[in-house]
Design a protein around this ligand. Structure first.
Ligand code: KIV
Length: 294
């Protein structure tokens, strides 16, 4: 998305909207810590999502539901320390905005002030439009998220493709329009048929960011651990694996384990040495420290 002239300029919310107007695709990737945020930034990706997917791929939960505000704040702050150019978006976790707009305001402010995020993301359609309106009216940039909304996995009966009928597609479009009207600056479309995502993308002025929503969205997002092969063997159909780092890491750790056991690590190159003169004094030290016979 960046041009040669502004290659290292910080990406902003208006930049994403301008990208849609100019027909430039937006790239987004999740990250959850400073080390990977630095790598995502180095790759030139426009935006980092500190997704509540961290509950599954980093914290080992079965779903995103148990993720807390404290989890999010801590991981957002780590990402903000690692990345400087991408637009940083932090997920409001389940339970942090559903009980009322005051909760949503307080928790979104935490993600910005303590977590260093530029914007927040929340899941849901027209039922969260008033929350989006309040947040944006108070200066908080909001990314919306419709289609498969993992925080509602129990209600949805699993991680299933959404909006598969004409009627459901119409509802999804109405939700997306309501969220745009409420002030969302972009909207994630997760696991919806490519034709439905294309229609929503056509009708909205704000960018659509697809994940399992086909190529005609304005941008794409993937979960980093799926893209790099760091989350076991299961991955949803839409999660293209750009590298298979799991086996590479296990191989490296096996080498370490073997070398420690056989005494070949650390070798001289990875150890510190005294000068020979100083080393000679160690004999005296050894003698002086000799335990006295009783
Ligand atoms: O939590 C997350 O990583 C997300 C993406 C799947 C869009 O919400």
């Amino acid at each position: 998305m960046a041009t040669q002239a502004d290659l290292r300029a910080k990406i902003t919310v208006p930049d994403l909207i301008a990208a849609k107007r100019a027909g430039r695709r937006v790239t987004m990737m999740t990250a959850y810590d400073a080390a990977f945020a630095r790598l995502v930034d180095a790759a030139g990706i426009d935006s980092i999502l500190v997704g509540d997917s961290l509950g599954m791929v980093v914290l080992g939960h079965a779903t995103t539901v148990p993720v807390t505000m404290d989890d999010m704040v801590s991981h957002c702050a780590a990402v903000a320390r690692g990345a400087s150019r991408p637009l940083l978006v932090g997920d409001l976790p389940f339970g942090s905005y559903q009980a009322g707009v005051a909760d949503a305001m307080r928790n979104a402010i935490r993600l910005l002030k303590e977590g260093g995020m530029d914007a927040v993301k929340l899941e849901g359609g027209r039922e969260v439009a008033e929350t989006v309106r309040t947040l944006t009216a108070n200066g908080i940039a909001v990314m919306a998220h419709v289609g498969l909304t993992p925080q509602r996995v129990a209600q949805l009966g699993g991680y299933k493709v959404q909006a598969k009928t004409g009627r459901a597609a119409q509802r999804l479009l109405e939700d997306a329009l309501a969220l745009e009207e409420a002030g969302a600056f972009a909207i994630v479309l997760e696991a919806v048929p490519a034709q439905v995502a294309a229609l929503v993308t056509e009708r909205l002025a704000i960018p659509t960011i697809g994940i399992g929503a086909g190529v005609r969205c304005d941008g794409q997002v993937l979960v980093l651990h799926d893209a790099l092969g760091l989350y076991g063997s299961f991955a949803p159909k839409f999660a293209k694996r750009y590298a298979d780092l799991g086996p590479v890491i296990v191989g490296a750790l096996r080498d370490y384990d073997r070398e420690v056991r056989e005494g070949t690590f650390p070798d001289e190159a990875h150890s510190f040495a005294m000068s020979e003169r100083e080393a000679a004094t160690l004999d005296q030290t050894r003698m002086a420290a000799k335990p006295r016979a009783v």
